[in-house]
Design a protein around this ligand. Structure first.
Ligand SMILES: [Zn+2]
Length: 442
């Protein structure tokens, strides 16, 4: 059952760089290549082919392509063929990511054996599309057309330069509904100079001509009764339909999304680049991108927290009950860039950086603050909402995770435990009137 095969394929996790590195160690032939490359400086490699190889994170690269060990090749072939792209597109996609000797013929075999592709193969082209002049930059001229598939109606919009395609599923093909979609699309990608469509009654309606006029778009229509002369859109109607025919898992929109992602990230036969690269200047990520090791520097955002405290610093920290707003203690521990644990009077208080300010080192730890603090702890009063602070700036960075339900987090942590959120102070309704946390700004 082809559908079952694809369900398994879609539910299987994609191949990751880590898995590839592990598999290299399990495969004698690839491991010997790895060892060989490890032992020789790239410049001193005699063979031209070996000079193209490099190593990173336990993976072998040929140029920019990851070398896939034999045991993972069949999964990669399935991944390349998601969306049932044709042989040329699959090979071009492979050239951006993966390599092994004989990959091109393996791709051909994989696709030739795909039952769904065979069943849904389209008729060969009989008529040459209308020769529109080539465009020089993205979104200069877009072609649009309507199509119907499995009782669903769609508006398909194509950029003639990048071949980027947008598809809207519609309940109605009225001029106003179609214009709503065009307008939404143009709100994201801007107005094109020229729009091309056929002569469908909606497209030549007053509403359409007024929309184009108002927005400074030239509207050209193809020859009457000759939809093929709007070749760009017509061709993409076929591409989307054949993608949908072969992908039968999930809702119509889910299938459409998969077909669109596959198409948008794959290099185009005419341009040699993916539509995303030509329109946005970047490759878009998909499951196949996981074969590439993640650049370490990409995983952590640079810190934008300017105020920092060191362990042992004397600080004032905010209190949230009683009449006194601030108390004084010493930084005991840091958790990421914004969370600090402050020791005061044999207790540890968890505070966000916005709730702390530096204290002069000459201030003594005065007695009445100590007494006051005991009172606060015993009262077990309502506490500030740490999550709200975290969402405002620099979330994460190793700060302890806070359950979404734990709105009220106990800032008091026993010195003997590692800092953690008190489990018995989960969502709890305070009887006290709630006040907004007052932020200290230096
Ligand atoms: Zn297929």
């Amino acid at each position: 059952m082809p559908t079952q095969i694809h369900r398994v394929q879609l539910q299987t996790l994609p191949v990751t760089a880590k898995e590839i590195a592990d598999e290299i160690l399990n495969d004698d032939s690839v491991l010997s290549l790895y060892r060989q490359l490890q032992g020789i400086d790239p410049i001193r490699r005699k063979s031209q082919e070996l000079q193209e190889y490099s190593l990173q994170d336990g993976c072998i690269f040929r140029g920019e392509r990851v070398y896939i060990p034999p045991s993972l090749r069949s999964r990669i072939l399935k991944e390349l063929h998601v969306g049932h792209l044709g042989i040329v597109k699959c090979r071009q996609l492979a050239r951006c990511f993966v390599y092994w000797p004989g990959i091109d013929s393996d791709i051909q075999k994989e696709i030739s054996a795909c039952t769904e592709c065979a069943v849904n193969a389209k008729d060969p082209d009989r008529v040459k599309p209308h020769p529109w002049l080539p465009t020089e930059e993205p979104w200069q001229r877009v072609h649009f057309d309507c199509a119907q598939f499995e009782s669903k109606q769609m508006l398909i919009i194509v950029d003639s330069f990048s071949k980027w395609v947008e598809v809207y599923q519609l309940n109605s093909m009225s001029a106003s509904k179609l214009l709503e979609c065009l307008d939404e699309c143009f709100s994201r990608l801007g107005f094109p100079l020229v729009c091309v469509s056929d002569n469908a009654p909606q497209f030549v309606s007053d509403e359409f001509s007024s929309f184009f006029k108002t927005n400074g778009i030239e509207h050209r229509t193809s020859a009457p009764y000759c939809p093929i002369s709007n070749g760009q859109a017509e061709r993409f109607v076929q591409i989307i339909k054949s993608g949908l025919k072969t992908d039968k898992i999930g809702s119509f929109q889910e299938r459409l999304n998969r077909v669109l992602l596959s198409y948008r990230r794959a290099p185009n036969v005419v341009t040699g680049k993916s539509p995303a690269e030509l329109l946005f200047g970047r490759k878009i990520r998909s499951r196949i991108s996981l074969v590439l090791p993640v650049k370490k520097s990409d995983t952590k955002l640079p810190s934008n927290v300017k105020r920092k405290f060191d362990i042992g610093d004397l600080v004032h920290f905010r209190l949230y009950s009683g009449s006194q707003k601030w108390s004084t203690g010493k930084i005991q521990k840091k958790a990421g860039d914004v969370i600090y644990y402050i020791r005061f009077n044999n207790q540890v208080h968890k505070r966000h950086v916005n709730q702390i300010r530096k204290a002069s080192s000459s201030i003594p730890n005065c007695r009445d603050e100590t007494n006051f603090e005991f009172q606060v702890l015993n009262e077990n009063e309502d506490q500030p909402v740490v999550r709200d602070f975290q969402t405002e700036e620099n979330v994460g960075h190793g700060s302890p995770s806070v359950s979404p339900n734990a709105r009220h987090v106990s800032p008091n942590v026993s010195l003997n435990d590692s800092p953690k959120i008190s489990p018995n102070l989960g969502p709890r309704r305070s009887k006290r009137e709630k006040r907004k946390p007052i932020r200290f700004s230096p």
